[in-house]
Write a protein that binds this ligand. Structure first.
Ligand code: APR
Length: 254
């Protein structure tokens, strides 16, 4: 696959690259995105009934069942060629990569990347919804999705254990957001991969970079709300684009 000249040039000369990823980064690992019209999670489920603190209060067994199934799917999924290429690019050491993700899966880490910030939490980082203490009991693995499943109980206070996700209406982890902002301000290139760019404050990071004259490259088969601020757009899947970019970078430095 040919790498657009402008994308290659920006990547070749960058010393600090901040990579913001979204659900599209994990699409080729078989994990559904959120807003795809047919296959998107929010095309099939109402997010206000599953991904809000109110939904949890109203029906924790329904919410837990849904996230427990997603944990199962994420455990079964494997990092794709895009995840691996980012890890290899970072290891190559020609540029420093800061990986900032909206994804709650651990595919970047399993591919070998150090993730600077999980802006929307991590599905496997369980905690008590009452005392806030970490929890590690996830209960029995699911072999198929179920409508309702009682959440595990906190060993400290007896409260219900919830997934470590940032739900709509909840604040992002402040330390993660600050690290992401600092990396965006230190970067000389921002790669935006597989996000529709409509959820803030995550989508504000590339905009912040753009306002500071930092080039933004968007890798996404579709146009997004961030395409207008992108210096260059590359309309191909991440799992094809990133390995091709890595190969071209290696050829350029050989
Ligand atoms: N490679 C690159 N991009 C892809 C691929 C792919 N293989 N497949 C799909 N995409 C793109 C889609 O075109 C879309 O623009 O990924 C994007 C996914 O967008 P969303 O489903 O909106 O996911 P995301 O942007 O990560 O959502 C942000 O919303 O629901 C909340 O907290 C949740 O973190 C999530 C946030």
């Amino acid at each position: 696959m040919r790498v657009p000249e402008e994308v290659l040039e920006l990547a070749r000369t960058a010393k600090g690259v901040t990579v913001l990823t979204g659900a599209g980064m994990s699409a080729e690992s078989g994990l559904a995105t959120f807003r795809d019209a047919q296959t998107g999670l929010w095309a099939q489920q109402d997010p206000s009934e599953l991904a809000t603190p109110e939904a949890w209060e109203a029906d924790p067994a329904r919410v837990w069942a849904w996230y427990r199934w997603r944990m199962t799917l994420m455990t079964r999924a494997q990092p794709n060629a895009g995840h691996r290429a980012l890890a290899e690019w970072s290891e190559a050491g020609d540029a420093h990569l800061w990986v900032v993700t909206q994804n709650v899966d651990d595919l970047h880490e399993r591919a070998g990347s150090d993730v600077l910030a999980h802006l929307h939490g991590s599905i496997f980082a369980l905690r008590c919804s009452r005392c806030g203490q970490d929890a590690d009991a996830v209960g029995e693995p699911l072999t198929e999705p179920v409508e309702r499943l009682d959440p595990p109980v906190c060993v400290h206070c007896g409260g219900l254990v919830r997934p470590g996700i940032v739900w709509f209406g909840e604040a992002l982890p402040q330390d993660a957001l600050e690290r992401a902002e600092a990396a965006t301000l230190s970067a000389d290139l921002v790669l935006v991969i597989g996000t529709s760019g409509i959820v803030y404050p995550a989508a504000g990071l590339p905009i912040m970079a753009h306002h500071r004259g930092v080039p933004v490259v968007e890798i996404n088969p579709e146009e997004t709300d961030l395409s207008d601020i992108a210096t260059a757009t590359w309309r191909v899947p991440a799992g094809e684009a990133l390995p091709a970019l890595l190969t071209a970078l290696r050829e350029n430095t050989a």
